[in-house]
Design a binder for this molecule. Structure first.
Ligand SMILES: NC(=O)c1ccc[n+]([C@@H]2O[C@H](COP(=O)([O-])OP(=O)(O)OC[C@H]3O[C@@H](n4cnc5c(N)ncnc54)[C@H](OP(=O)(O)O)[C@@H]3O)[C@@H](O)[C@H]2O)c1
Length: 342
């Protein structure tokens, strides 16, 4: 049976105004998939980068973005045994989430506990899985560790603060725009204003040692500064290139400039200081079993009240351009969602 669907489409690279809302039909459900009536879809910084055409792992234009949704199952394929119509789920979509409905394999979905709202569930998958992947899976964070995270007030930043706190971190330092100082502090982080000398301040705050974990989504030469903020034995996670996005529209020069200024790390120096540098990209991470375990732990942590995704605001699907502009303008504190209900 085919049904009506409304979705946001990137027809080609461009500014937020280039996004189109398209109505059409969704074909019959595959035998091994489930159909989700999408309530909320999460917006990620990567969606902006895809729209302006500088995100390597994006599908070809035209396409519907959206890595994550929450909603209710309305139909199950005839081979699906472990899901039922009416189940409330959160799902990782790897595109297609900005829509009123989406089909996924049941392994990409997670049944929500009774205490989890659909709104906070949609705010979790990408940002918390990224944070968990860095701090827990790669970093083996231990009680008493110290953590530095940039863009601390955003989706990943707030997820890092909650997961690090849940794992017993002694100190979490977050950088952000000055206007978000109070918010960052309310998340239990020590705030440093973007642009200030965070290397010196990290040393001062750790009695000269440096931090155990530095999480850098900025890229370019900023990455080397994050490396310098590390203690001996510390770990740097490089997981983004926000400095390649100076505005709302495509700017290939900014992307090249960011790439040109990336540091080339010296393995001998790394060896002598026992430092590690991890490259992290969830979009191409294909160890599905590990990811499922991570997501299960996160859903449980949310259900147990150990983490609680922060939702800044919710835009209706048809106002997706406004939602993107809000993130471009660095206004978000926590996550931005789309309300995709008809
Ligand atoms: N590798 C991965 O698997 C992975 C997964 C998820 C996210 N990421 C990366 O992690 C970072 C955060 O992602 P998110 O989705 O949680 O976004 P976000 O932090 O919620 O939102 C963007 C925030 O980033 C800061 N920012 C820095 N440069 C910016 C720019 N050029 N334009 C607009 N805002 C800018 C702004 O905060 P301040 O000005 O306050 O700092 C803004 O509020 C992004 O770089 C993203 O690409 C990577």
């Amino acid at each position: 049976m085919s049904e009506r669907i409304r979705r946001a489409v990137y027809p080609k690279k461009g500014g937020p105004g280039s996004i189109r809302i398209v109505e059409g039909e969704i074909g019959p459900l595959a035998a091994n998939h489930i159909r989700i009536d999408v309530h909320y879809a999460g917006i990620n910084f990567a969606d902006l980068m895809m729209r302006i055409g500088i995100y390597g792992a994006a599908p070809p234009f035209p396409f519907t973005p959206g890595y994550e949704v929450s909603g209710t199952i309305t139909e199950i394929g005839k081979d699906v045994r472990n899901r039922s119509v009416g189940d409330r789920v959160v799902a990782m979509t790897r595109y297609g989430g900005y829509a009123t409905m989406v089909d996924v394999h049941p392994n990409q979905s997670f049944i929500l506990g009774p205490k989890q709202s659909l709104e906070s569930a949609a705010a979790m998958p990408v940002t918390y899985a990224t944070a968990h992947h860095m701090l827990v899976h790669l970093g083996g964070i231990r009680e008493g560790d110290t953590v530095l995270v940039h863009h601390a007030a955003g989706g990943v930043g707030t997820a890092v603060s909650q997961i690090a706190a849940a794992k017993g971190a002694a100190l979490i330092i977050g950088t952000s725009s000055a206007s978000k100082k109070k918010f960052v502090e309310s998340m239990g982080m020590h705030h440093i204003t973007r642009g200030d000398d965070f290397v010196a301040q990290c040393r001062e705050l750790t009695d000269g040692r440096g931090v155990d974990h530095a999480l850098d989504p900025v890229g370019g030469k900023h990455l080397l500064r994050s490396y310098k903020a590390l203690a001996k034995g510390g770990k740097l996670y490089t997981f983004g290139g926000s400095s390649a996005v100076p505005g709302k529209r495509p700017n290939i020069l900014a992307a090249l400039w960011m790439w040109w200024r990336l540091p080339r790390f010296d393995p001998l120096r790394m060896m002598n200081s026992n430092k590690a540098v991890f490259g992290v990209h969830l979009g191409t991470w294909d160890k599905d079993e590990i990811m499922r375990e991570q997501m299960k732990e996160l859903v449980k942590m949310q259900n147990d009240g150990l983490i609680n995704p922060v939702v800044d605001c919710v835009f209706p699907l048809i106002e997706v351009a406004k939602a993107h502009t809000y993130m471009h303008d660095r206004k978000n504190r926590g996550k931005i969602l789309l309300d995709c209900r008809d």
